[in-house]
Design a protein around this ligand. Structure first.
Ligand SMILES: [Zn+2]
Length: 80
């Protein structure tokens, strides 16, 4: 994947957590809790109680960006 900022080649990698991985709306740090309790949230990786959560992410070392493309949900390693 090419970096959308600088167009250099990005490195594939994983972001993982023992909790659900989700994006929450707004810039103020919200309370902990699953996406279902926060309006406008996007689940990046559903929680598996056995494996935790993990999402495919691309890193650009040149301009220090991380990109997660969740458009088809295959970035979620817990996606069936
Ligand atoms: Zn870049």
């Amino acid at each position: 994947m090419k970096c959308p900022y600088c167009n250099k080649e990005m490195e594939a990698g994983i972001i993982q957590s023992p909790h659900e991985l989700c994006w929450k709306k707004g810039t103020k740090r919200p309370a902990f809790g699953r996406a279902m309790f926060h309006e406008g949230s996007v689940v990046l990786s559903k929680l598996s109680f056995m494996k935790g959560s993990a999402v495919l992410a691309y890193l650009c070392r040149s301009c220090s960006k991380v990109v997660i493309d969740y458009s088809d949900r295959t970035s979620d390693l817990n996606h069936p």
